[in-house]
Design a binder for this molecule. Sequence first.
Ligand code: NAD
Ligand code: MG
Length: 330
Amino acid sequence: MANIYYDDDANLQLLQGKTIAVLGYGSQGHAHALNAKESGLDVIVGLREGSASWAEAEAAGLKVTSVAEAAKAGDMVMVLLPDEVQGSVFKTDIAPHLEAGNVLAFGHGFNRVFHQVPTPDGVDVVMIAPKGPGHLVRRVFTEGGGVPCLIAVDADASGQAKPLALAYAKAIGGTRGGVIETTFREEAETDLFGEQAVLCGGVTELMQAGFDTLVDAGYQPEIAYFECVHEMKLIVDLIYEGGFETMRNSISNTAEYGDYRTGKRIITDETRAEMRRILSEIQSGEFAHEFLLDNQVGQPRLKTQRAAGARSLVSEVGRRLRKMMPFIAS
Ligand code: NAD
Ligand code: MG
């Protein structure tokens, strides 16, 4: 079982009197910057010139500069830019400004594990990755709680990398929820696997296949959408609250009986073998290679698939049904 660290295991004073540079002010960046500032740390946000978030961060009372200036000012530099730009921004705007004794931090292990960011001399390299989206990291913190975090140490020049990572986790609220130690490789590989095989790729294709089966059999697309897409949230919310058991307690016995009877015919031995192949493509760097190359040539694969998705029947039906339910957006 994993070690779990809480508030008392972390010393915020290790970061007091130091400058924390948060690069990026998106989903994670805004939450880290604001939480750390309210924990009493000296925070500076690094953004592109002309970034739409610049005024927003300043309005929230944060100091904002270019990425390069923030990296220079920062004793601890947290990189919360999109994964696909971190390698090139690191080379031009971050690496030249790091010096021995600095801490370089990430919210995801991707760019270290797949060799886009080398280890600078004398610099600690750590990860503090909240297990939730940025808006939740911010909201739960303002309510007095904290979203649990993962931490990892990839280079420990100072011998203090882990306590420093724990201090940062405390500053953003992570130790209120609990902090689990992992490695960059475990975090990056399991994160990619989860989103590809289960959370994003797996779930959407499962919904799509169910929707197509009903529509092809002559049922109305609106009914198929409610059954195979829309209602997923109700089931997932129950699992989120109390695991599979709570979900199965809440559904009818008819639904529960059907659940046991057919699940293994949908996720077959063949599906599990494919999951293992997907995991090995992640572990070998094949996925990272393909994704990084797509980004170098202007994302033709990503954008083509995104456009095809938007044109599909399931998307069109969903847009129409959501108009009947204005309460969803609010
Ligand atoms: P995001 O896209 O929401 O925000 C990225 C920020 O970087 C924005 O402020 C954007 O303006 C800025 N930016 C983009 N390109 C830039 C460039 N070339 N130079 C300077 N600034 C640039 O990203 P995010 O979802 O917050 O992800 C940041 C990191 O956090 C990633 O490593 C991601 O894997 C990790 N992470 C995200 C989540 C999540 O829920 N979104 C959860 C855990 C970890
Ligand atoms: Mg510096």
